[in-house]
Design a binder for this molecule. Sequence first.
Ligand code: DX5
Ligand code: ZN
Length: 223
Amino acid sequence: MVELLPSILSADFAHLADEVAAAERGGGTVIHVDVMDGHFVPNITLGPPVVRSLRKATSLPLDCHLMIDNPNDYIPAFAEAGANWIGVHYEACPHLHRTIELIQNHGMHPGVVLNPATRVDVLLDILPMLHHVLIMSVNPGFGGQNFIPFSLDKIRRLAEIRQELGLAFRIEVDGGVAHDTIAQVVKAGADLLVAGSAVFSNGSAEQNARELLAVAKIASGEA
Ligand code: DX5
Ligand code: ZN
């Protein structure tokens, strides 16, 4: 089943509860929360206090995408704030197995995120432990960038591996997912679709989410 994950990075931070509610009315089922530290990526966003506020504003799962160095140091704080899914970057985790265990031990679903230049095969051994793999289809750090076309090959490769190994992890895609790219992303095999600017930057978030999801469901054969 395909799901739409509105990314609040492009929302109005002064009205987050309303923005999230609108995206939920439009069919968003998981809220994607972009955490940036100004080191791993060249931008700074938000941390556990905002997650704590979001937790009160919605009952939807909160998918925290940690674009930070030393994520192990912050995983307990995100758990306490009410995060449900944690995605850590492969490129930021020299001891990835330990990090995944830490996320699990804090009662959250672990995911690993791959930058555009990191190939999916590096995850082969760790895949059975993962709830989701997030393929970045832009270089992380900013909303509103263009979708990198070869990400589609990576999604296809990952879907193939999932099938071959008989695993059930979800395939998430983040970056440049919009009205003109979402169908291809779904056809390549992704089922968790993150969209920031396509939901929040222009017009009604509710309407934008509804339209994106409609296109995704047609592409997946669910509609
Ligand atoms: C980028 C973030 C994304 C961002 C996507 O580093 O990880 O989640 O919000 O924004 P769009 O959908 O505008 O490309
Ligand atoms: Zn993200």
